[in-house]
Design a protein around this ligand. Sequence first.
Ligand code: DC
Length: 518
Amino acid sequence: MKKSVIIAIDGPSGSGKSTISTAVARMLGFNYINSGSLYRAIALKAINSHIAIEDEKSISKTALNTIFEIKRVGNGWVLFMDNKDISLAIKAPEIAQASSQVSTLSGIRDIINKLIKGMIKGNTVVEGRDIGTVVFPDAALKFFLTASVEERAKRRYQELLSSRLGRPYEIIRKEIDDRDMRDTSRDIAPLIPARDAIIVNTDNMSEHDVVIKLYEKVKATLSLKFIDNVNGIELYTTASAGFCFGVKRAIDIAVKTVKQEKEIYTLGPLIHNPQEVKRLEDMGIKPVNDIDTMTHGTLIYRSHGVTTEEHQIAKEKSLKTINATCPFVTRSQRLVKSLTNSGYYVVIVGDANHPEVKSLLSYASGGQVTAVKNAHEISTIGKVKKLAVLAQTTQSMENFKNVISALVDDVYELVIYNTICDATRIRQDEAALLAMAVDVVIVVGGFNSSNTNKLANICKAINLKTYHIEHPVHIKEEMLIDAKKIGITAGASTPIWLIRDVLIRLKKMSRKLSKTYI
Ligand code: DC
């Protein structure tokens, strides 16, 4: 059975835990357990049964004979005790104080901890005081919400103002002070953040901002692929790091060709990764820069495609050609051709000097085409009636959308083809989540690789400690200082063996660094 994911949210009274925890659970589609409400419920039962709050034995006996159930009602969760909805009754101030006293009894804590564990049926957000430290020390993620006493008292005062529980600010502040004192100074399971908890001070944050912060952190963490823990330094990667379908296909075609042909060439590098291209070269596949220098042999069309002129020359020279162009690029080539034939002026969002874009530009008839890097460059297009726009397959969606909105202002007809390939989008989304979840991001891939550069830019915008490296030797110790979580991602043209080499070096360096931390 799949292990349930537990998110622990701890913190003092009035830190906004309940509102935030329920909102986060709702957004994630998780179950929700409020452990505080269980302490309150037991206190309520003790009071109703006329049992003294210090009488641990009798309270334990009663607690063990009580049925607790958390039910999803409407948009929230409701605690039922012996089949009765007690959500309102446990909010009374005397119950809050009594529950704080009850929570100092170790026997009661054991009963509640067992109860909570038994209630876990799938992924759950659990809130309380000791969830990350005692109840679920191996929770997937732990948060500790804090706020100053003044801020928490102010929030509680506002919240209760219109209800029958409304009390003067000074009294509420004193109650919070008292409970803080008891919760933090008790011997068992005192209120302290777990060592690995993310501490969120909510003093100057809106509720909405806190919810989004927690939600994004959880999403980012859950999308990570854990690789190893080297003396406390954790290494993670993204599920999609490395070769995409088109690159893998090109490499497979090239390797197959080695077995069948003698002199094999590629026009420019087959893919944008110098180390992999060198490996292919060692197998006998030589990159040439200019088709004019070729007189014979087999020419593999690289994954980015070739221009129509180059294709024509290869035909005239009777070269044997093997097409390893990525099928997604082939689709874009066809689009440029058919759109320009139908009278559209085509805008390609991409880098005019990149081989893929050079190839696409060559497929346009009548010069009805231009490449723009970003929205600032569209002024070069002028007035056009029928416009079509598509993107280099490795473009970032954000840049593509920016160009589209800039174009829309000035045109009568605009046709959009989203030619950004899914592999690019997935890698970019995962890299962004990785950058949010770790301390240092290592992006592995060719410095000449457009998609790797984009990944590095996306990560850097989120996490300043992002380093684009091409080879393991580029990793320097100073990049990893103080990192507890290191994330590795790689471009679509980065071979798996290179990612492995990077990992081996990172593990070695982490071992060394972790020793210096002790
Ligand atoms: O979160 P709350 O105010 O509903 O909690 C009621 C009391 O229960 C609070 O004073 C501290 C205690 N508590 C605890 O000791 N451990 C928990 N995991 C949750 C609550």
